[in-house]
Design a protein around this ligand. Structure first.
Ligand code: HEC
Length: 136
């Protein structure tokens, strides 16, 4: 069912084929999972970021309850961090935050994040990596 939904999403975007061809030389090709083009992943990740309520604590540009996506990505790019591993509870937090904030995010990881598939977490991570391109 999920595969079908993703397939329809691709069809709807009508960009899978053309994008995949032009991306084969791109060093980011390794980020493309399954049949989804980079654009489709960013699109899906953006949607999941709202649907899964990440957006309530993480604004793209401004730090609110949690650090902004921009701030998180600055640290993850510099430290070569793995967002999917963090979201699965397999990696320590690396963004500067208070103990209360760290505890808050850990509650998410032990709770509702368990219901998000690896593919979806991958799409969320790809969206976060490209957030600046979307907000220009
Ligand atoms: C209830 C508020 C809340 C929600 C909802 C939330 N977060 Fe967070 N998140 C935080 C806070 C606070 C921090 C800072 C503590 C930390 O770095 O662990 C954080 C940190 C992070 C970090 C950086 C971790 C690090 O290395 O320090 C990532 C990545 C992240 N969140 C992703 C997400 C994603 C993806 C979602 C949605 C699936 C989400 N968060 C939902 C509050 C939230």
């Amino acid at each position: 069912m999920r595969i079908l939904a993703l397939f329809l999403l691709c069809l709807w975007l009508q960009s899978c084929n053309t994008n995949q061809k032009s991306e084969t030389k791109d060093s980011e090709t390794t980020l493309v999972r399954g049949e989804l083009s980079m654009d489709s992943q960013i699109f899906l990740g953006n949607r999941l970021f709202s649907e899964k309520t990440c957006i309530t604590c993480h604004d793209a540009q401004k730090s609110t309850i949690g650090p902004s996506v921009k701030e998180i990505m600055k640290v993850y790019k510099k430290e070569n961090g793995n967002i999917v591993a963090f979201l699965k509870g397999e990696a320590e937090p690396i963004v500067e935050a208070s103990a209360a904030q760290i505890a808050m995010m850990q509650v998410n990881i032990k709770g509702f994040l368990k219901n998000i598939s690896d593919e979806e977490l991958g799409a969320i991570a790809t969206y976060m990596l490209h957030v600046d391109e979307l907000n220009k």
